[in-house]
Design a protein. Sequence first.
Length: 173
Amino acid sequence: GWTAGSRVVTAAGIIRASVFAGFILAPDPILASIGFALALGVLVDAFVVRMTLTPAIMTLLGKSAWFLPRWLDKVLPNVDIEGEKLLAQLNGGAVSNGAVSNGAGSNGAVTSRAVSSGAVTSGAVPNGAAANPSPRMGRHSAPAAHGRDDERRVIVERALQEAAATGEGRHRC
């Protein structure tokens, strides 16, 4: 917990605690006590809960911390923030095992040159990220985020190239 999010959690906790601590100087004793309680609560939340207990519990639970029951997976909406549907559409509707025929970089990442030359197979996922990281994990689980920026860049470049080739996206005056 300390290595991954310590800067953000610490900064946010200190900022929120200092805002609430400003109410301690209020002339009204009720408002001052509320400000003190909120400042103390924010500090406990930031340092004890978010940076100590939560990472420890997540480590103890392992992969089961990300388990999503099937009934809940069916009820929740599929919010596609990372563009997996766009990736599937650009790859011809098949997002499979992440195989790349050629044009992969030294780390296995799909390069923009490989996309522009058409060297990427129609079932490939940039960086070899599998569409479903585990059969037990639902579509809302948190897959590994390695190379997400490269993947997004490749998706955008490919969409722009296809739009330019088909003439879509041009504004008419």
